[in-house]
Design a protein around this ligand. Structure first.
Ligand code: TTP
Length: 199
């Protein structure tokens, strides 16, 4: 990993190992440089507006340090009707979130932003339906520690897969980076794709 961005480099502005893995799956060359921004939602901010704003702020913060690079960032949140569920502070808050999601359908929104050489952002929504969960299931899963760094207190790609009855929409969007939409965005921005060399 290097921090010297040249004119043709793609930078992922994220500390999330999941985003790194997802972007790696596309076979693109990129470096990682995390942004540290305030993630507090504004009063009554809707989920789509919130994830777009944070993705843009992360991308712009890193683009300011790397002129000429394409800087990609994302932000994911869970919305149960109009309420935003971010990362739980502890196991108790994780249990409370999982109890609220039990037996219901919620929306997972991911904002994806490019800044620097190309400025564009988009938001993708996936609907996720949870099984009706028992108190024992919730307590066990909260105790695994897996919920702690995940929006909505679960990881569909991990042990938390057992919580989920149905996913309607992009599955990679739920894990933090919608691959199809991100690829289309990178193509519009002129990022060289593995199967299509730069002009
Ligand atoms: C719902 C859900 C969320 N998540 C994760 C994706 C995100 O990493 C995390 C939401 O936190 P984010 O604030 O979107 O991202 P992050 O803090 O992990 O990384 P960075 O801001 O540096 O890019 O929740 C899963 O991994 N699986 C899931 O099923």
């Amino acid at each position: 990993m290097h921090t010297n961005a040249d004119q043709t480099s793609l930078i992922l502005a994220s500390a999330s190992p999941r985003r790194r893995e997802l972007l790696s799956q596309l076979g693109l060359a990129f470096t990682v440089s995390a942004a540290d921004i305030d993630e507090t939602p504004h009063a009554k901010e809707a989920a789509e507006a919130y994830v777009l704003r944070l993705a843009r702020e992360k991308a712009r913060a890193v683009a300011a340090r790397h002129p000429g690079a394409w800087v990609l960032a994302a932000d994911t949140t869970v919305a149960l009707e109009s309420e935003l569920l971010g990362k739980p502070r502890d196991a108790e808050e994780a249990k409370a979130m999982l109890s609220r999601l039990s037996g219901r359908t919620h929306a997972v929104h991911t904002g994806v932003a490019l800044a620097g050489r190309h400025d564009e952002a988009l938001v993708v929504r996936t609907r996720v339906t949870f099984r009706a969960l028992s108190q024992e299931e919730i307590a066990w899963y909260a105790g695994t520690g897996e919920p702690l760094d995940k929006a909505g207190a679960y990881a569909v790609q991990g042990r938390g897969g057992f919580l989920v009855a149905a996913v309607d929409g992009s599955p990679t969007n739920v894990i933090g980076l919608p691959l199809g939409e991100t690829l289309a965005l990178l193509a519009r921005a002129g990022v060289p794709l593995p199967w299509r060399a730069s002009p």
